[in-house]
Design a protein around this ligand. Structure first.
Ligand code: F0G
Length: 457
């Protein structure tokens, strides 16, 4: 069989700047060891996020030029509406400026104080929007997701037993069930179609809505096609349609599988919920046919959604992520397996076994990768897990991960080789690293974005 190959060529490039270790040590200290405080030209390869950082196609750029900036009834809205309806089957669409805005609007309509929102490891902004409303996000992910050494093709799956128990005990408190596809927090891991069907069945028994956090829905469909029995012959778009048919609606961060730099939406079946959410959309985002996006961005998103649901694109995308994973493994770096759809997750507890958990081993590794080679990664561990909103005690999640998120269509495999070699160098000295960082400043919610830290000598 021939190897995979990118189904595109490069038309425009953007320079990257090399720096010395000395420069980087100074910059990261000035940034209070928070990677969000670094300037982008202080970074050589930026794995901070795959969100809004991808490269648009020439067709998307062309769509930008033909965007319709009418306040109401924009032609670009209609293009997006028709695309979303065709891909998802949902009748109602509310554009928002990004994913968390979609959460804000939809949860304003659906989530009440004291309620529960069970699902598979909610993303941090999602959890933030639930907790902000004094409700609770209940993680029902399967246990296998929390063992980085164990293979499971669908580590994003919900533990049906756990969910059923929760519904049996407290169905009256459950606002809706939220499935994140792929599950970012569990390592970019997919949910199987079979698991989605089981969740749907349970939800129907208890009369509950099921909403998809659809940020990486296309990558999830690729994994269903390549890993789940009975889907190999089906086109991605058919799998996508089947996935969405099991849901009542979705929130979308279009900065991921929409391959645009900014944008999001809510898509729904229910006119009633659409009408309730519309009020909040107008208040927080903008009128119903633009919702915080420029007409040109709506147009580029319509094209991006069609491109991200092409098999050839997804194959090259996910194979590049796996390429980085394999290279890291060849240097002995402990990584979450199977590899995620948008990122490789390094197990920091295995990488830095001598750094105590209260000194934030994943953040310590993030700093080392930057100092060694200018890589910018992100901590997905105790810093991001934040404090318990009631007791204010630090939460220590089952996994302490470093995420290397790969922007779409942006870097080459040479960049992946370089990054793996940097991690390999840090691996060689990993046992000698015994101390991490202490917090010197933190915000009351979603602290990791603005946190300030100092090394524990
Ligand atoms: N849901 C998931 C699964 C996400 O990964 C994100 C964002 C959001 C919702 C919120 O969307 O950023 O458009 O407001 N994830 C980014 C990341 C930030 O780096 O993983 P947003």
């Amino acid at each position: 069989m021939l190897p995979y190959c990118e189904p595109y060529k490069i038309k425009m490039i953007e320079p990257l700047y090399r720096s010395s270790r000395e420069d980087r040590e100074k910059w990261i200290c000035e940034a209070h060891y928070n990677m969000f405080n670094l300037k982008s030209d202080q970074v050589f390869i930026d794995f901070l996020t795959d969100s809004g950082t991808g490269a648009m196609s020439d067709r998307q750029w062309a769509a930008l030029m033909s965007g319709d900036e009418s306040y109401a009834g924009s032609r670009s809205f209609t293009e997006l509406y028709e695309t979303v309806r065709e891909l998802t089957g949902f009748e109602y669409l509310l554009p928002t400026h990004q994913g968390r805005a979609a959460e804000n609007v939809l949860f304003s309509a659906l989530v009440k104080e004291g309620q529960l929102v069970p699902g598979n490891a909610h993303f941090d902004t999602t959890k933030g929007h639930i907790e902000f409303r004094k409700a609770t996000a209940v993680d029902c992910t399967i246990d296998e997701a929390y063992d980085t050494t164990q293979y499971h093709p669908f580590k994003g799956n919900v533990n049906i037993g756990k969910l059923e128990e929760l519904l049996k005990k407290s169905a009256d408190k459950v606002s809706f069930i939220l499935l994140t596809a792929t599950c970012n927090t569990a390592g970019g891991q997919p949910i199987s179609m079979d698991n989605m069907k089981q969740v749907r069945k349970l939800a129907d028994q208890y009369g509950k809505l099921v909403i998809m956090d659809a940020a990486r829905f296309a990558e999830n469909a690729y994994f269903i096609k390549t890993r789940e029995e009975g889907f190999n012959d089906k086109p991605i778009k058919a799998i996508v349609r089947e996935m969405f048919s099991l849901f009542d609606g979705a929130t979308m961060s279009a900065k991921k599988d929409g391959i645009v730099n900014i944008g999001g939406f809510i898509a729904l079946n229910s006119k009633e919920i659409y009408q309730a959410a519309s009020v909040f959309n107008i208040m927080f985002e903008g009128y119903l046919t633009y919702g915080g996006m420029a007409g040109r961005d709506l147009a580029a998103l319509a094209v991006g959604l069609r491109e991200s649901t092409e098999f050839d694109y997804l194959e090259s995308r996910i194979s590049q992520v796996a390429y980085l994973g394999e290279k890291l493994k060849s240097f002995g770096v402990p990584v979450q397996e199977p590899f995620g759809g948008h990122a490789i997750f390094i197990d920091a507890l295995r990488f830095l076994p001598n750094v105590p958990r209260e000194e934030f081993p994943a953040q310590t590794l993030v700093a080392e990768l930057y100092k060694a080679g200018g890589l910018r990664a992100v901590e997905i561990g105790a810093l991001m897990a934040d404090r318990d909103p009631i007791t204010r005690v630090n939460r220590y999640p089952a996994l302490e991960l470093v995420r290397l998120a790969i922007p779409r269509r942006t870097y080459t495999n040479n960049h992946m080789e370089y990054a793996a070699a940097v991690a390999g160098e840090v691996m060689e000295i990993s046992k000698k690293i015994c101390h991490g960082y202490r917090i010197t400043h933190e915000a009351p919610i979603m602290r990791h974005f603005t946190i300030e830290m100092e090394p524990i000598a």
